[in-house]
Write a protein that binds this ligand. Sequence first.
Ligand SMILES: Cc1cc2nc3c(=O)[nH]c(=O)nc-3n(C[C@H](O)[C@H](O)[C@H](O)COP(=O)(O)OP(=O)(O)OC[C@H]3O[C@@H](n4cnc5c(N)ncnc54)[C@H](O)[C@@H]3O)c2cc1C
Length: 382
Amino acid sequence: MELLDDSVVPERARDVKREAREFADEYIAPNAESYYESGEYPWEVLEAGMDAGLVAQDIGEEYGGKGFDLAQVLAIAEEFYRADAGIALTLQLASFGAEMVEDYGTEEQKEEYLRPVAENDQISGLAVSEPQTGSDLAGMTTKAEKVEGGYELTGEKYWVGNAVEADWLTVYAKTGESDDRYSNYTLFIVETDSDGYEAEHIPEKMGMRASKQGHIVFDDCFVPEENVVGSEGGGFYVLADFFNHGRVIVGGHGLGLAAAAIEEAEAFIDEREAFGRTIDDFQAVQHTISDMRIGFESARALNWRACEKVANNEDAGYWAALAKTKSTEVATDCAEKGMKLHGGRSILTDRRIARVYRDVRIPVIYEGANDIQRNLIYRQSR
Ligand SMILES: Cc1cc2nc3c(=O)[nH]c(=O)nc-3n(C[C@H](O)[C@H](O)[C@H](O)COP(=O)(O)OP(=O)(O)OC[C@H]3O[C@@H](n4cnc5c(N)ncnc54)[C@H](O)[C@@H]3O)c2cc1C
């Protein structure tokens, strides 16, 4: 039975889901293995995704995009991640952080920075995490010091998607020393060719090798005043709102990966023989598949419910954290079970199940580690 069926997907997101499946079958899945092996940035697939109108199109029509809503981006995420998580992350990060410029930026910022991303002439990224902390958003130390005409950034950022490839980033930096630690941060648009901006790729990862993250060093990097996004000191709250949307999408990363693990396991058990029969004949194997599907369907129902809640801004932080945690952990569980069913063949590095197994370790971390999500779920449910 089809795993990513569209009965749970709102009507308005079904066409784009179909387009994403066709694109993923033609461009992502066939290239997954070679990009994993080479560890190169998948420029060609990214450009094909742009031509297909599936990249950076969450930006509104008035700024050159298609205005995809949360459900449409989630539908694309499920399909892309089913095909390959590394390439999918690159395609989905091409406008990362730009959404905040759309929601909180000035008209000048939107024309200068948002439009080229929506029109696929530029790519963006979001720089929040640092070498010494990723989880504590109010503990980041990169400083933005007020100088004539703007700010000077000093400090380091780590794990930043597209830090080397992007044209500009939304950067989260400290502008205050107030006792209210949540009001000390501000967001800035920083062009990556600015003086004082240096970025290099971080060491190679075990999974999602077709996506690239970087280590940035800001050394008195000047940012003009007009590049402040929203208000000074408002960065933490803007980011928290942005992450609610992002976490629903990351849930979709988990769902796509879980679907891949289940498909791969089901195909394998139909073929593999042991004790004179195919292993799908053993009840223990059947139960393992059933458990994978129970987890998957529960996570998917929750994730799509959370999508609706977050889109309507109803207890968004709570629902986003539930969805992100459940879907990404179901993915790790399905990958583990899929590996077991593959026996010795599971550990052959070129197997799709092995690739999924490596990749599922990542969405449980990014967009806020799942322990942090559990903190949020508890706090926001009380
Ligand atoms: C592939 C990838 C892409 C990424 N892309 C980006 C990006 O584009 N931009 C960006 O800014 N960042 C990005 N990140 C960074 C990511 O958001 C952080 O890795 C994540 O927030 C966790 O931060 P950390 O790695 O510093 O872990 P730490 O904060 O050091 O936490 C380590 C562990 O400690 C535990 N822990 C910490 N605090 C608590 C707590 N309060 N309660 C309970 N347990 C706790 C958790 O188990 C946690 O996993 C990316 C990361 C990866 C792996």
